[in-house]
Write a protein that binds this ligand. Structure first.
Ligand code: AMP
Length: 198
């Protein structure tokens, strides 16, 4: 089933994990700009060198660079019939970039899933992840910066998608399975996932 999805949520909302689960269930690739940047850093590529300091500070990589990376990824054959974007677009400029790219292909996003978790919950989940995974951008100061950027720059994109009638808020509190079930139900109600067998 074709589905062009975006999952949005503050850091620590579980969007990465839920994104992978939903993409697997729908048979579409999960495309995470954060993962692509981290892979580039680990691989020591030019892109990796360009973004290392930015990511360590928790700032946003410039739109031009980010949108170019996403355009290249979306041009791969596995994204021709659907995809789930995680972490892109992250501001209004990137929404415009993505609109331009998709409309050039005669496509548009089908649904924008907003995973909602209160700020305190995000912070406590991120602190836990910092201990478990040792991500360099999970320090207290960087976390505060990233959450501030989310509220200032990313949250406004939900207004734009809301006006288009394609934004759906999902309660991100609960077990992994509970949250996945809520997202799948939202997809089903819009005809974007097969009904679950009774
Ligand atoms: P994430 O794993 O989605 O939290 O992304 C990790 C970091 O990668 C972010 O804090 C940013 O520095 C960078 N990044 C990821 N996606 C984007 C984006 N769409 N625009 C700009 N920077 C991004």
């Amino acid at each position: 089933m074709t589905a062009r999805l975006l999952i949005v949520g503050p850091q620590g909302s579980g969007k990465g994990t839920q994104g992978i689960r939903i993409a697997q269930a729908a048979g579409i690739p999960a495309i995470s700009t954060g993962d692509m940047f981290r892979a580039a850093i680990a691989g020591g590529t030019d892109l990796g060198r360009q973004v290392t300091a930015i990511i360590e500070a928790g700032d946003l990589v410039p739109d031009e660079l980010t949108s170019a990376v996403v355009r290249e990824r979306l041009a791969q054959p596995d994204a021709a019939d659907g995809f789930l974007l995680d972490g892109y677009p992250r501001n209004l400029g990137q929404v415009a970039d993505l609109d331009e790219f998709l409309s050039g292909r005669g496509e548009q996003l089908d649904l924008v899933i907003e995973l909602r978790v209160p700020r305190e919950e995000s912070i406590s989940r991120l602190s836990l992840r910092a201990q478990e995974q040792g991500r360099t951008d999970d320090t207290e100061e960087v976390i505060a910066n990233r959450l501030g950027i989310y509220e200032r720059e990313t949250a406004p994109i939900l207004g734009v998608y809301g006006e288009r009638g394609i934004a759906q808020a999902i309660d991100g509190i609960g077990s992994l399975d509970e949250v996945t079930d809520r997202i799948v139900a939202a997809l089903q109600s819009r005809g974007l996932a097969r009904p679950t067998a009774a």
